[in-house]
Design a protein around this ligand. Structure first.
Ligand SMILES: Nc1nc2c(ncn2[C@@H]2O[C@H](COP(=O)(O)OP(=O)(O)OP(=O)(O)O)[C@@H](O)[C@H]2O)c(=O)[nH]1
Ligand SMILES: [Mg+2]
Length: 321
């Protein structure tokens, strides 16, 4: 699998050659043929990099919060990586997403690496790209790596679940939405951040979050809820304490090497599984679209195609002819 070219790129990443790093991230994002060899060469299941996912509604203060977290970790002497993901945007590379990222204070700091990603990318989609980008930044000794994602839909949840610790950011004025989120979305947050605590409505928000926790019967499973203001800095120390204690207490849900590897392999199996099934359907029917036409013409059904795929898995496809 290894080629010397891939090894060269891996060496550049490890030695934190910023241009090499940016190049490898683009290769990962574009599904370059060498990308997997480079990732293979860089992979270390025991890596110590903490990954922090930050998700929440647009304008909730995720970038302002990220900015504060960068300051905190820089103060501790850490190099910090940031991946800002917008699953709804096809663009990447910074220019168009740049406006969304309020981290200018750190833009000139060589120990801070900020990268935007859109939905363009290889078959694993944006979550596959993000997963791989985290591995690359971790190999370049960025620790922590912060992943900011807008929104609270399925993709965002998927991206957030790639992180060791996920912060779900909520802001006042969304009480009803919290109710409709119910337990599903609340459970993705290892820490619930009630941001914009300097704004009216924060009490109400806290109450509605508590109410939605009633759906989680085991008290121990309820994540900490931290009130803060990314703007004024109020409550930020409590948030960093919560992150650190979550990371070191083992309650960071995917903190161990085994969990992390399971997560990455699981995501690759899903991605490759989809790819393989599509290929098998295309080999037989020409393309997925042609398979759909055949179904509409009454020549086959989705279930028969499912059977064909099962037959392949059981190595019986020849007998089915
Ligand atoms: N009053 C107040 N405003 C805040 C706070 N945190 C962020 N803001 C403001 O809210 C606006 C949006 O902040 P961002 O950090 O860009 O929010 P975001 O969640 O990253 O936004 P998107 O990436 O566009 O989804 C900016 O004008 C911030 O200055 C806060 O704690 N209090
Ligand atoms: Mg933002």
């Amino acid at each position: 699998m290894l080629s010397s070219k891939a090894d060269d790129f891996a060496r550049k990443v490890r030695s934190c050659d910023t241009r090499g790093l940016a190049r490898v991230l683009s290769m990962v994002e574009n599904g370059h043929p060498l990308a997997h060899s480079i990732l293979h060469s860089l992979y270390n299941p025991e890596r110590s990099c903490l990954t922090i996912g930050i998700t929440g509604p647009p304008g909730g203060g995720k970038s302002t919060l990220t900015d504060r977290l960068i300051t905190y970790w820089r103060g501790n002497g850490n190099k910090v990586g940031v991946i800002a993901v917008d699953p709804s945007s096809p663009f990447s590379g910074g220019a168009l997403l740049g406006d969304r990222i309020r981290m200018q204070d750190h833009a000139s700091d060589p120990e801070v690496f900020i990268r935007s990603m859109g939905s363009r990318g290889h078959l694993g989609g944006v979550s596959g790209t993000t997963r791989d980008a985290i591995e690359v930044l971790a190999a370049a000794s960025y620790d922590p790596v912060i992943v900011e994602t807008i929104g609270v839909g399925q993709t965002e949840v998927e991206i957030a679940s790639l992180a060791d610790i996920t912060l779900l950011v909520l802001v006042p004025g969304q009480g009803d939405e919290v109710q409709t989120m119910k337990a599903g979305i609340m459970e993705i947050g290892d820490i619930i951040v009630l941001n914009k605590a300097d704004r009216p409505g924060i009490e109400q928000l806290e109450m509605s979050v508590s109410a939605s926790f009633e759906l989680i019967p085991d008290q121990a499973e309820r994540p900490p809820v931290i009130r803060c203001s990314a703007q004024t800095g109020e409550g930020l120390d409590k948030l960093t304490d919560a992150i650190v204690s979550c990371a070191f207490s083992g309650t960071g849900r995917k903190a161990t090497a085994r969990k992390r590897t399971t997560l990455i392999l699981g995501s690759i199996i899903r991605e490759k599984g989809r790819e393989l099934a599509r290929k098998l359907v295309s080999d037989r029917y020409g393309s997925v679209e042609e398979a759909i036409e055949s179904i509409l013409e009454g020549k086959t059904t989705p279930y028969e195609i499912g059977e064909v795929l099962s037959g392949f898995l059981e190595n019986k496809q020849e007998n089915r002819e």
